[in-house]
Design a protein around this ligand. Structure first.
Ligand code: C2O
Ligand code: CU
Length: 462
């Protein structure tokens, strides 16, 4: 096996994060997909909502008769879905009941640095942290997960993650499937390895270039299915894996229309035969089952079934989608005049990963920006010495638009609001980043082991 220190010990460059550990078929009976409950506020007062999340050690039964040691928020694996509206003020209380430090980061949220929950905001074992932020962004599928230095990757692997869904007037008005758990499903896809005794073997499977598992868990369910009673079903796909990239497809020629990226709706639904998601990325899709005569459909990735859709004989409801979902400025028309430029170079592998030749230092500010300003960042991934591999770039407290990939215009689905973009070896991606609130925010590789190895920098927005 691989050693803790050596990581990918063969010494050969890994060009592609899909190759390291092949996925295998679940050998358990299909089980109904678990849908995380919507978290009830402990208190509501006008536009103010109060939530409590408790991170704790627990055990979960994934395989019949086997208890796996896990971590969860308020439950035993993953966390509840937090559903907020634009304009609300969210008061959060995070209780760390673990025996190690943690933090709680709101991935994709446009909030002040103090509330962001990144590596500068750790919560010691046994401690509680309260933060407040205003929801000041459009409807989107966001998520939350720990982000303390040294414990992020293993805590996420053990189950600390959850959805935060933002609604606004547009999302409430649009004629889209929106009955949570009925025709609108959160779908977090993760890869895990179970040891012979049924435990997650994070330590044994650790890979400094990204820990992968051989078994898919969807919302913590092995081999899941959903019952589909409507013509259209909306899936909010989240790649919640430490390092694996997914390539989602449907069988039986069913159509999948992408309606949203990380940060919100696309301008128009886009028909997709395949959706690639790197760690941390989201895509909302609507599957139209109207013309499908088969009894089941399968959402698939990397040669395996992710989710089975069991189609009710009599399916009802709308079969069309709104033509217009959003009004984002087309990327070709974004005003780039007079903007500050930065070049961000990802390089290295394993324990030698770097951004602009530096390792993360919490006491160092790498870049600066003004609140509510735009900058153009050129993201590169080339390292002729070490071969190279994918590095999913992510930035906190901001959303960005892709201007070009290797000099070419982004596709329609690459033109949405993003907070993660996968940098393949030798790619150069130019993005227009819109900073929002003040504070110190990190940007990093969302391969969680690379992040922990220091592939992270800090931008001070002030
Ligand atoms: Cu999803 Cu810095 O995080
Ligand atoms: Cu990386």
């Amino acid at each position: 096996g691989r050693s803790m220190m050596g990581g990918n010990s063969s010494g050969r460059a890994r060009r592609n994060s899909d190759e390291a550990v092949p996925l295998k078929t679940a050998n358990t009976a299909p089980k109904k997909l678990a849908v995380p409950p919507i978290l009830k506020p402990t208190k509501t007062k006008g536009d103010a909502v109060y939530y409590t999340l408790k991170a704790k050690q627990a055990s979960t039964t994934f395989k019949p008769g086997v208890k796996t040691q896990t971590m969860g928020y308020n439950g035993s694996y993953l966390g509840p879905t937090i559903r907020v509206k634009r304009g609300q003020t969210v008061h959060t209380k995070v209780v760390n009941q673990l025996n190690q430090r943690t933090s709680l980061h709101w991935h994709g949220a446009l909030i002040p640095g103090k509330a962001d929950g990144g590596p500068l905001e750790p919560i010691a074992a046994g401690k509680t942290k309260q933060t407040t932020f205003k929801v000041d962004q459009q409807a989107a599928t966001l998520w939350y997960h720990p982000h303390a230095m040294g414990t992020t990757a293993s805590q996420v692997y053990h189950g600390l993650a959850g959805f935060m869904l933002v609604d606004d007037q547009n999302s409430q008005k649009l004629k889209l499937p929106k009955k949570y758990g009925v025709d609108d499903f959160p779908v977090v896809v993760q890869d895990r390895t179970f040891s012979r005794s049924g435990q997650f073997s994070y330590q044994a499977d650790y890979n400094a270039d990204g820990t992968e598992g051989n078994t898919l868990l969807v919302n913590g369910t092995l081999n899941p299915y959903i019952n589909v009673k409507t013509n259209q079903v909306r899936l909010r796909l989240l790649n919640g894996s430490n390092a694996r990239t997914y390539h989602f497809t449907l069988n039986h020629g069913a159509t999948m229309r992408q309606i949203a990226t990380d940060g919100g709706f696309l301008n128009h639904p886009v028909k997709m035969s395949r959706i690639d998601l790197a760690p941390g990325q989201r895509a909302e899709v609507v599957v139209n089952t109207a013309g499908v005569s088969a009894k089941t459909l399968a959402l698939r990735t990397n040669g395996q079934r992710v989710l089975q859709l069991r189609l009710n004989q009599k399916r009802t409801g709308r079969t069309t989608l709104p033509k217009t979902l959003n009004h984002l400025t087309p990327t070709g028309r974004l005003n780039q005049f007079g903007l500050k430029h930065q070049t961000i170079r990802f390089s290295g592998m394993g324990r030698m990963v770097r951004i602009n030749d530096r390792v993360y230092n919490p006491n160092r500010i790498d870049l600066t920006a003004k609140p509510h300003s735009n900058q153009i960042w050129t993201l590169t991934n080339n390292d002729s010495m070490m071969g190279g591999m994918d590095h999913p770039f992510h930035i906190h407290g901001a959303q960005f638009r892709i201007l070009s990939i290797n000099g070419k215009r982004p596709s329609a689905t690459q033109s949405g609001l993003m907070d993660v973009v996968n940098l393949k070896p030798d790619q150069k991606v130019r993005v227009l980043i819109s900073f929002h609130d003040r504070g110190i925010f990190v940007y990093h590789c969302h391969n969680l082991e690379h992040e922990e190895n220091g592939m992270m920098g800090q931008v001070k927005v002030e």
